[in-house]
Ligand binder design. Structure first.
Ligand code: BG6
Length: 517
């Protein structure tokens, strides 16, 4: 049988992008703001936050002045802090670091060294925020908690005691005060609820920005435009036409020195509870009343409520966990660790639209490719008319693939006649990539999200109810897996444990090959 999961696409295929509705008014620049980053010497700051802020400055998307204040243990001068960030920005920024632009960026940086538990740290921070206000940030502030969740209560309590945050509905006229909270938001349902309660004591929901950087990816945002901006998809986007859906987040890297973090987290908390369930909610939600933050978040939340919770038996029999060989030798990892670096599971959605359609989610580290995609597998034709002419190859149903990364784009696989006298049929793939279609650079998710938070637009951030529901859905998996050993070891560079193929095989399906289109 032809391996249609891996059909090559013609490199010469072209899609011309025509920009139909350039937003008439460019999105407004955020107000001048002071951004305070807790955990400023950590990995996330150097890989994502600093490059994102540098790029937004270079693109002219920030208002002046914008002040970035890093907080971490250990004394550093602002200049030394800038030097520390430079390596990360040079390596991870999508735009080149140029000396003049870097000097401008470095001029926006400030630093406070100190323990998060000590009052002196917050007294120093207050002084820096006052200085920023005098420069012109008008008291607008965003606090980015890029620290382990266990530190959130302490930091919020201290910010509150020192009157650096106060609970207030955000609105016009008052200086903004917002807090961005990194994922994982809690460790399980109970701790996430406690965390929400605790944060709710200090902040109004309109001040809380629970970040999931997947929602800032262009291609993830495009899911809604594809679905609701084209009339051809909605009529077939349901149980009558869709056979099953695969959502894959495969990474070729391992845990990149984050042993202690990963041991306490694992793939389910790291990627599935947040990134993949959020993507699934965008693929499956109903049409929102408008594109306003709460209308979109209402629909996402609604569909997550319709996802059928897994039973403990289903977790034991149908969900697959894996760990790459060599994980246990990583620094900070226990020699007998059972922490999964790979997971595959199936969800069903009890809604009018999706009843009976399985959604297969898988995510893993050290796999064959870096590849994140959603594949909608459509149903087979009711009657295959040309079996013999197809020379033994079985007709494959159409598959629409939304490639989130890399080679961001969309492809459609369908059946076509092979040229010639006979009615031979073959599979073809029609491919659109953003890079070719629009010839515009794709900005990084964190750029978009940081700007949105400074603007006060929470559309792409998670609301309390959907975080809560996502934990509810994942809870049985954590419960069973943490109570019983049973991780499958897989070889790095492969597609993960064979047990995941068997799981799909039992449903008479197979995973798409990890091949970056
Ligand atoms: C993060 C996870 O949220 O997402 C990482 O903590 C993972 O483990 C990363 O590597 C993947 O993000 P991206 O944007 O590279 O797909």
């Amino acid at each position: 049988m032809v391996d249609t999961n891996r059909l090559a696409t013609s490199p010469s295929s072209t899609v011309i992008g025509e920009i139909l509705s350039e937003a008439p008014v460019k999105r407004r620049r955020p107000e001048p703001t002071a951004i305070v980053i807790f955990g400023a010497t950590g990995d996330l700051t150097s890989r994502k936050l600093a490059p994102a802020l540098y790029n937004t400055m270079v693109d002219g998307a920030l208002s002046e002045p914008t002040v970035i204040i890093g907080i971490s243990r250990g004394e550093l001068s602002p200049a030394a802090f800038a030097d520390k960030l430079r390596a990360g920005v040079t390596e991870f920024s999508r735009q080149k670091v140029e000396p003049a632009k870097w000097d401008k960026f470095a001029g926006m940086l400030d630093y406070v060294g100190g323990e998060f538990a000590e009052d002196a740290t917050y007294i120093a921070l207050k002084g820096r925020l006052e200085a920023a206000k005098h420069k012109g940030t008008k008291g607008n502030r965003v606090f980015y908690l890029s620290v382990p969740p266990a530190l959130f209560p302490l930091i919020l309590q201290k910010l509150h005691e020192h009157k650096l945050i106060e609970k207030a509905v955000q609105g016009n006229g008052v200086p903004s005060c917002r807090v961005i909270v990194e994922k994982p938001f809690g460790r399980d349902l109970k701790s996430a609820r406690e965390l929400n309660e605790m944060i709710g004591k200090f902040l109004d929901e309109s001040q809380i920005y629970r970040i999931d950087h997947y929602l800032g990816k262009e291609t993830v945002q495009n899911i809604l435009v594809l679905r609701f901006g084209n009339s051809i998809f909605e009529p077939i986007w349901n149980r009558n036409h869709v056979d099953y859906v695969e959502i894959t987040a495969s990474e070729s890297i391992g845990i990149e020195g984050r042993g202690a973090f990963y041991e306490a987290t694992g793939v389910v908390r790291d990627v599935i509870q947040n990134h993949l369930l959020q993507v699934m909610s965008l693929v499956t939600m109903e049409v929102p009343a408008s594109f306003s933050p709460d209308d979109i978040r209402d629909e996402k939340s609604q569909v997550l409520r319709s996802v059928r919770p897994l039973t403990l038996n289903e977790v034991a029999n149908d969900c697959v966990r894996g760990q790459y060989r060599g994980y246990r030798e990583e620094q900070g990892v226990a020699p007998e660790s059972q922490t999964p670096t790979y997971a595959a599971m199936r969800f069903m959605i009890d809604s009018w639209r999706w009843q009976g359609v399985p959604f297969y989610l898988r995510a893993g580290k050290k796999l064959a490719e870096r590849l994140t995609e959603v594949s909608i597998h459509f149903k087979s034709v009711p009657l295959v008319l040309f079996k013999e002419e197809a020379a033994g190859s079985v007709l494959q149903p159409a598959v629409l693939t939304l490639r989130i990364q890399p080679h961001e784009g969309i492809s459609l696989r369908f059946v076509a006649k092979v040229p010639g006298e006979n009615i031979s049929v073959g599979n073809v793939v029609m491919n659109m990539t953003y890079a070719d279609a629009f010839k515009r650079p794709i900005s990084e998710a964190y750029e978009r999200l940081l700007l949105d938070c400074m603007r006060g637009d929470a559309t792409l951030f998670n609301r309390r109810d959907s975080v809560d529901r996502a934990w509810e859905l994942i809870q049985p998996v954590l419960q069973v897996w943490e109570a019983t050993p049973g991780v499958h070891i897989y070889e790095p560079g492969t597609a993960g444990p064979a047990a995941a193929d068997e799981m799909m095989g039992r449903d008479h399906h197979s995973w798409r090959e990890l091949h970056p289109g």
